[in-house]
Design a protein. Structure first.
Length: 433
């Protein structure tokens, strides 16, 4: 354990966000400033970190077990905060031995700790699997590792609370907060994370760190859809560690808005058939149309920009990937109907000269509005694509013939492969790239 008496806190952020860390012991500076300091008496024996994934945010609860090998002492614990660009964690709370304690915000500088063997202005931090955690390369907005504290880029305050650690006794501390998912950038997906490195500020190694991810309360919203099923029942245990890594969980961006359906089959006792099943990353779930007959004419609409916080949020796509039918298993697949002929209507941003060319397939032409200057060379227009799907549970790729700057995609069932038992027609997954 490094025993420098005064340390700058380890904390990281990417894409204009903040992330919380293990509580670190603080040192009072003149003017009520606080800085982390290594503690030579108190051990962080164990901690349990629970991530609760919700629709547009996640909640973190951390339970620590400390043991004081020295004399009774009062320690001010602090969580780094106040990024220069923004702060998006909320409702930070702390309790000691089951009793809520007051939390105050105090000034104090923090940044990364330099890691041996790393070079360059933006050295990478490693995750629990030894892989590099992607950071922003914004030199003015986001914190990075510093060699001699001459150019601290990070935050300037801490949320702090007081804990009395009795000599020869165990103290239980709990922290919780809420935070928005971080965005890695255009089409790169999202992530949630937690800085574990600050656990090294306590004496010795940590006997056990338990990490759990809970997805049972996740409900896709109209604004964001994340394939969180990959973290169902996630549990990982680390033994006897002095943490030199952080926890990082990537969520690939399958789609960022919830599709809409012309109809949906009513949920059964143990299964639901809503549009969220199309974008959950799990082919064992499916959207099922809800009209009488085989569902010819029923539609699914994916709007790439309808719920963006900014205008003109088109997505560039060239292929559509689809898992046809109810792909839970071979029996379920055959029992239910599957799509045979599929009409795909794509509304895209396209050059006016292409739209106006002889025999152009485009129709429903509309000015691009505020997205481009008046009289620009781009307009919005629709184009039809027709595909015959294979009768298989395997993922199929529909090629649009090149990159399209897409605003909206509408799928329409034209004909079906009839089910052995049910008329209901299903689709398990749809994704774009």
């Amino acid at each position: 354990m490094n025993k420098f008496r005064l340390f700058v806190a380890a904390i990281a952020s990417a894409i204009c966000g903040s992330v919380m860390a293990d509580s670190a012991p603080m040192f009072g500076m003149p003017g009520s400033n606080v800085m982390p300091i290594s503690n030579n008496d108190i051990r962080l024996v164990s901690e349990t970190i629970d991530f609760y994934l919700l629709d547009d945010e996640y909640m973190v609860e951390v339970n620590y077990n400390f043991y004081n090998e020295g004399k009774t002492q009062n320690v001010e614990l602090g969580f780094p905060t106040e990024l220069k660009c923004c702060v998006d964690y909320r409702n930070f709370k702390a309790s000691v031995n089951g009793q809520n304690v007051e939390v105050n915000r105090k000034p104090g500088a923090w940044s990364f700790i330099e890691k041996k063997g790393e070079e360059g202005v933006y050295p990478a931090s490693l995750d629990q699997d030894g892989k590099t955690i992607p950071y922003s390369e914004c030199s003015d907005c986001f914190p990075h590792y510093t060699v001699n504290n001459s150019s601290v880029k990070g935050g300037n305050s801490f949320d702090v609370f007081n804990v009395t650690f009795k000599g020869g006794d165990t103290t239980k501390v709990m922290n919780s907060y809420e935070q928005s998912y971080e965005n890695l950038g255009h089409s790169e997906g999202f992530f949630f994370w937690y800085i574990l490195e600050t656990g090294r500020y306590w004496k010795g190694k940590i006997d056990e760190v338990i990490v759990r991810v809970h997805t049972n309360n996740y409900t896709p919203s109209r604004n964001y859809v994340f394939p969180v099923s990959q973290y169902d029942n996630y549990v990982r245990v680390f033994k006897d560690i002095e943490p030199d890594f952080n926890l990082y969980f990537h969520i690939p961006e399958i789609f960022n808005t919830m599709p809409e359906a012309s109809s949906t089959l009513k949920a059964g006792k143990n299964n639901s058939y809503g549009v969220e099943n199309l974008v959950d990353g799990n082919p064992a779930t499916a959207w099922v149309e809800g009209v009488d007959g085989y569902g010819e004419g029923e539609t699914l609409e994916f709007c790439m920009a309808c719920n963006y916080e900014y205008d003109c949020g088109n997505e560039t796509i060239s292929k559509i990937h689809i898992v046809n039918g109810y792909a839970k298993n071979e029996t379920t697949f055959k029992n239910n109907s599957r799509v045979k002929e599929l009409e795909v209507r794509v509304r895209e941003l396209v050059e006016k000269s292409v739209v106006e060319a002889p025999n152009s397939p485009y129709f429903n032409i509309e000015d691009a509005g505020d997205c481009y200057k008046p009289n620009s060379s781009f307009v919005y227009a629709d184009c039809y694509y027709y595909f015959v799907l294979d009768d298989t549970m395997k993922e199929q790729t529909l090629d649009l013939g090149g990159e399209k700057d897409v605003y909206k995609v509408t799928f329409k069932i034209v004909s079906v492969y009839k089910g052995d038992k049910y008329k209901d027609t299903a689709i398990s997954e749809i994704r774009f790239n």
